[in-house]
Design a protein around this ligand. Structure first.
Ligand SMILES: [Zn+2]
Length: 181
């Protein structure tokens, strides 16, 4: 067992191979009942943790703003605007910045309505997706997608509901929550 008083714990997002402080190969140690990657030289526990991400459901009474993902393996799948928060940025500022980068639309962080936090595990990272809702009437600017083939559009909710192969279940659930809001 490791004495929690005398070890350092660093948080990492991905499964680590080597110690990021000294470069040594990692072993494992049990700490507070769980097995963790461990650097003996640094007396360092590496704790793998989810990364916060942000998403926004921009909607009016019948449409929702969705992106057509440019990622080849997700061709044809719609996604909510959003991304990762920068180190020195809170979630509201992050989602407003991502919205403008991805769609050209501008918003005031104070108009964001908290919706939910979705925990999503992927092979390399886990995300806590802080999700906000925003009324379409509270955004300004022209809808101008950031890159070619990266289409942003308001789509009718009935079209989204009728296209289960184009929308992830977890995204549709959050969209429904925003409309119920
Ligand atoms: Zn080390």
């Amino acid at each position: 067992m490791i004495d929690p008083e005398s070890v350092d714990i660093d948080s990492v997002a991905v499964d680590p191979d080597h110690c990021h402080r000294c470069g040594a190969e990692l072993g494992t140690r049990t700490f507070e009942g769980r097995e963790y990657p461990w650097c003996a030289g640094c007396e360092l526990v590496l704790s793998r943790n989810p990364v916060p991400g942000v998403h926004v459901v921009v909607h009016d009474d019948d449409s929702v703003l969705l992106l057509d993902e440019p990622i080849p393996q997700h061709e044809g799948v719609w996604s909510l605007p959003g991304g990762h928060a920068k180190y020195d940025e809170g979630p509201k500022r992050a989602v407003v910045r991502e919205l403008e980068e991805e769609t050209g639309l501008r918003a005031d962080p104070s108009n964001l309505r908290f919706l939910t936090i979705l925990h999503a595990e992927f092979p390399r990272v886990a995300l806590c997706l802080i999700t906000y809702a925003l009324e379409r009437s509270e955004v300004s600017g022209e809808l101008t997608p950031e890159a070619e083939g990266f289409e942003a559009a308001f789509r009718p909710l009935r079209e989204v509901r009728a296209s289960p192969d184009r929308i992830r279940e977890s995204d549709l659930e959050r969209i429904e929550m925003a409309f119920e809001g």
